[in-house]
Structure formats: structure tokens, C-alpha cells
Design a protein around this ligand. Sequence first.
Ligand SMILES: [Zn+2]
Length: 223
Amino acid sequence: MTHRCPVDSCTANVPRGVYMCARHWRMVPSPLKAAVYDSFQATGDISDNHREAVRVVNAAEAGRAMPGLTPGMKTLTLWQPWASLIMIGAKPYEFRKWNFTDKPHLAKLVGQRIVVHAGARPPKKLELEDIIARIDEGESALVADIAKPFIERVLDGEIKLPLAQALGTARLGHPQKSFDLFKHIVADSDRLDHQMYAWPVSEVQPFPSPVPSQGAQGFWNWN
Ligand SMILES: [Zn+2]
């Protein structure tokens, strides 16, 4: 016995006991998958978690038709709050330990529009407070006037950061050595060896609504 995949416009038939077709199930974030399993084990029935999974996948499918978001685009997963800070124009540089010396294939990324994706991990309170401390001490490359009030509102619970979602696109510039650019130490974190190169991110274009996606490590291809 089979049934239709519950995702809008999907015509795949799936066996009994399986909720979605394999392709759509892969688009459901892991915590939500676990919630679907848990509620099904508890009740043996379709739950709000199932409906949420369908909503998330429908939104992701709608995102494919979103202008500026095409399969194969390079996508960069960042932990929060960094992804949101890029989107609000508070983070003009992304720091990495590599440039083309280490990874020559990255040269083709310069000038390209990439997708900015927020990872699934929520930021810890201490990490947010550390960012504010660095801004206050003049050690941050963030735009203080935008970044500080934003992070304070996140700490107050006024802003809920999107997790496991693509937030928009931005254009990558040519990486420069952080020290040449700032003439002193700036750091977004204590991982100084990871801050060797500053990659400019500009021409930020947030999506009308974030597109759910589980993401991966570093650069990956939007699919
Ligand atoms: Zn499907």
C-alpha cells in the first residue's frame, strides 16, 4: 500500500509507514525529524510535528523559486549570530584561516554571490556577551552601531535568531590579510589562527523569508 508524499506538488508515491518521499525527507532539519519520530511512536498518528515538517519542506521548495537562489550556488553556513549580523549589514567581513594559498579552488568565489546560511546551533549567552565586550574594547570588526543594539535585543529575547535556514545572499570580495586591513588585532572570537584572512561580504540581499535547510560545514552547494 502506498500514499502520495504530502509535500505540495510532489507526485512521488511512498510506502506505508513512511511519511515523505526520500528527497523531501532529507530536507527536514534533524531536530524536527526526531520530533516526528517521537510523536509517531507516542501516538501512532500524524501530529503537529508532521505538519510542521511539511510546512518547512513546502517553504524550502518555494525558496527554490526565490529570485537569487538557484541550485548549485555556493552556500556558507555560519553559526548564529554571525549569519544574521551579515544580513543586517553589521558584519562587513567574514574571517577565515584560508585564502587561495591554502585553497586555490576558492579563487573563483571572489566576486560571486553566495548564499548565507545560519547553522542549527543556537548561540550561548556567554558568546553573545563576549561579542559585546569585544565591541566595547574596540577589538571587533563589526559595525558597532548596528551590531551592539541587535545583540542586546537577542540577549533580551526580543529577537529570536533563525536557525537552520538560509537567510539571503551576499557578494564575496577579495580576501585580505586581517592585519594589513586593520593594522591591529581584531577578532570575532578567540580562535585567532582562524582570523588570518578577512573576506569582504557586501551587497547583502535578505530573502523575503528565510528558507529552511539543514546546511553543512563551510562552503557547500545549494541543492
Ligand atoms: Zn516528495
